[in-house]
Design a binder for this molecule. Structure first.
Ligand code: SF4
Ligand code: SF4
Length: 176
């Protein structure tokens, strides 16, 4: 994928195909490939990567420094993402760009990643973290890019569950 994707972008440009459409197809194709494999890991080996644009722009808490700075007021998806982290026992990082996202990957050394972002950032993130399997969940951008974005939480949870075996799931959520 790393070899051919830049080539596909160049060919797409030659034929005047919108690069966002190509990136969106790339994310879908990546997700299909990941789902075609039986990839099960421990919850502690999963990293949920979320973009800073999910945070409510008026929130004063610096959650990209430390996501637990979130006061869980429910004003943006950060609260529910933290609840998913706590419920499944996975790791989470909120990144304000590729450098911070790479830092989280180095810190947690995940065996699987669930990444939330726009098609552009998902594409570069998937290519960057190869060969770690990544399930990409596209954010919603009702106010335009990079500002007060949202995400469908069932899609995020479903992606997390994909990587967890039934046994690991029970161990994670049934223990104290
Ligand atoms: S849930 Fe509330 S406290 Fe947490 S980041 Fe969002 S707006 Fe801030
Ligand atoms: S919309 Fe995309 S580029 Fe903008 S902050 Fe969010 S994930 Fe990053």
């Amino acid at each position: 994928m790393n070899l051919f994707f830049p080539l596909v972008l160049v060919i797409g440009k030659m034929f005047h195909i919108d690069s966002d459409k190509i990136k969106s197809s790339f994310v879908e194709m990546n997700n299909d490939l990941v789902r075609s494999r039986d990839l099960k890991v421990k919850p502690s080996q999963i990293l949920l990567l979320a973009p800073h644009c999910l945070q409510n722009n008026d929130c004063p808490h610096k959650i990209t420094v430390k996501i637990d700075n979130c006061q869980r007021c429910g004003g943006c998806p950060a609260k529910e993402l933290l609840e998913l982290r706590d419920y499944y026992g996975i790791n989470i990082g909120m990144a304000a760009g590729g450098t911070l996202a790479r830092k989280y990957v180095q810190e947690y050394r995940p065996h699987a990643i669930v990444a939330i972002a726009c098609e552009r950032d998902l594409t570069s993130g998937i290519l960057d973290t190869n060969p770690i399997p990544v399930l990409g969940v596209t954010n919603e951008r009702p106010c335009g890019p990079c500002f007060n974005t949202g995400v469908k939480m069932p899609g995020v949870e479903e992606a997390i569950r994909f990587f967890i075996s039934e046994k690991e799931y029970k161990t994670a959520v049934c223990s104290d």
